[in-house]
Design a protein around this ligand. Sequence first.
Ligand code: NAG
Ligand code: NAG
Ligand code: NAG
Ligand code: NAG
Length: 758
Amino acid sequence: MHPLLSLSVFGLLLPTALMHVVDSPLDCIPRRSVPSNSNNALLFWEEGVFNYSTMLVREDLDLLVVGAREAVFALDLRNISKKITSVEWKVSPKQVEDCRRKGKDAETECKNYIRILHEMMDGKMYVCGTNAFDPACKKMLYVNGSLTLMKPEDDGKGKCPFDPFQKHASIMIKNDLYSATSMNFLGSEPVLMLSPYVNPQSGPIRTEIKSSWLYDPNFVSMASMPDSEKADNDNKVYVFFSETAVEFDCYSKLAVSRVARVCKGDQGGLRTLQKRWTSFLKARLDCPVPGSQLPYIIQDSFRWCDPSLHWEKCVFYATFTPQSHTSKISAVCAYRMSDIREQFSEGKYKTQASVETSYIKWVTFSGEVPKPRPGSCINSEAPNSEIKTTLDLPDKTLQFIRDKPLMDQAIEPIGGRPLLTHKGAAFTQIIVKQVQALDGEKYNVMFIGTDQGKLLKALHSEEMFIIEEVQLFTPPQEIKILKFSNKTGQIYVGSDISVVQIAPANCERSSTCFDCVLSRDPYCGWDKGEGKCVSVSSSQSVLIQDMKGNASHCPDAGPVVEPLYRNIRPGRILKLSCPSPSNLAKLIWKRNGIPLPHSPEDGLLILDNSDDDNNNNNNSGQYSCLSVEKSKAGEYETVVVSYVVRTSFENKSVTQAQSGGQSHSGLIAAVVFLVVCLVLLLAWKVVKRHINLPCDRTKKKGEEPQQTRDLEARDASVPLAAETPKNHTNAGDAPCQSEGTNPPGVNFSSMQFDESTI
Ligand SMILES: *[C@@H]1O[C@H](CO)[C@@H](O)[C@H](O)[C@H]1NC(C)=O
Ligand SMILES: *[C@@H]1O[C@H](CO)[C@@H](O)[C@H](O)[C@H]1NC(C)=O
Ligand SMILES: *[C@@H]1O[C@H](CO)[C@@H](O)[C@H](O)[C@H]1NC(C)=O
Ligand SMILES: *[C@@H]1O[C@H](CO)[C@@H](O)[C@H](O)[C@H]1NC(C)=O
């Protein structure tokens, strides 16, 4: 059996708690979960328009240009809710008819999906759409507050996909369009193509249609190094994709992630490789997620460069998802530009060797490599060189590269492992922003989109740390595009149903100093004077911030928590809620200063039995809920909420009126429920004695990740029957985190019932 499969079966048979322990080191839990109703996002969508998946930030025009289905929008970059203008680009009825006759769906596939939006050197824009399976491109003008699509229309073949569901990538450099897509109707001819702007009649340069070059690829992104005046400017274009592997002995198709590159000045060969890249080289990208046998699949990449450093110091951040459906762990890996460069310029090549008669195997090429080195860029300025352009390359070099475009070694990520792994919704897009913290250091903050509409904000540091996750789209929608504007400092997010604009930080979400500092957000700091968590960039005060999570500079006493008064009626259950500021904190409930042995996360239930003669069952008193959060620097405790609970014998009639006469049946149901719980508890104890659960070990360490909690503070006196264990909604978490033995939401010890009363 497949190891992953056997693991999942194992997980079904054993308590899921055990399963969680197996992969808990791989699941980095976001410290804070922000629901969509408090995400402070600005929204744009238009009735009847979908698929907002292409974006161009025009800081020069203060516009966010958004490509959707059959339309392009120009939105105010400072507030995308303000539409400046838009232009439609629909397909004609005849085109729809042609498309439909070829077997495509008229309502979905035979529409024009805008897929390419680039800025040209003269300030115009270049727009391409799928155009009912007949891709086309046009120039677009923005003048006097309106967008105009210009004639003539260019052929979009090889630039833009035919199929709106097919992945693609493109980049425009000095008006030259580099595109990676499929160039035929069936989607069976993948290309990486250059459409030159000057001399378009000379025709495009592209890849060979050979499986050794591209084998069922899914293109995800493209990048080039920033232009610099330095002589050793990197004149190459990089493309990131996944494709069917050729290098593994495998009976079934296996996908791998790749980076390929071509040189900007490539004109193709003279006889061999005419109008084809002479500089196309590709290498495998590894993102080794512990416990996973199958290679991870790249979903997006982001080039991050420090403008003050050499381009070789640039880093590519990439999101990965598993190719096996049994795993739900996504990852981020980062690659040094210098490692990629070295692999292509110095690494060994792979070559085909036929083993037996028909079977082909790819092995390390150990023969003599011709000169000039196959795939290298031509330095036309090099003195005394006979080779001025790729047209001068000898056939030997060209034949070599035609047959062996794959490098032997894979490119390993920084640190040899992922920067981040997270269980749950699959990662899609990523952008990275450098932020200077108050300690003077610069930190890279990653913003990662998921297929469930969440935006994760994580720190690139030694250990994995997700500052928060923000739900942007409800119902959940895949995040299809992420952009950042340096000018506004805002993040723009596109999905099929709408576009959202959000600030990279919302410091006010932290209400205490501990919460503010433990969030380790380089954007935020605690203002002692104001007693507020504020944005570092907008404050003139001395702020408390510590990127390692050392909150010892916070004022000792937290804010004074005014107790809330609650009455409990005999025979009823009172629920006290405690909204934890952090998913990483542990909650501790105290009664009259003494910690209760169990502290449930979604509210403490108190049963009042003072109806009985036995007065010991009176549970009134002072309750306080503390959150205890650990960071590397220490352990910090804050009072979240405190209650004074009193038994009230009065207003019995009111009680009855409120409960609608259900208290009697409620009590019966309550007793039934308690019996069921008791049986479950006993069953658990029995099971526990037989299997020594590793879950218990984690519990002792007190490091088990906590669950996303209901952030609304709900406290109500509820009839017991209404209190069934809640199902936790966070798909990424296993129930292990809710205290081991009890069903979530029920706390036996604090009820302190004695069996005779049942
Ligand atoms: C476009 O959006 C619709 C509505 O959400 C969705 O059903 C469809 O799959 C999207 N199409 C593409 C090509 O993304
Ligand atoms: C953004 O624009 C919308 C529509 O004009 C307006 O209602 C809203 O108040 C604006 N929001 C901000 C933060 O400026
Ligand atoms: C823009 O507006 C100015 C003044 O109103 C006018 O002279 C110019 O022709 C307009 N340009 C276009 C392209 O419409
Ligand atoms: C970002 O914009 C600021 C001005 O708003 C500018 O000073 C800075 O150089 C820009 N940074 C980059 C990397 O473009």
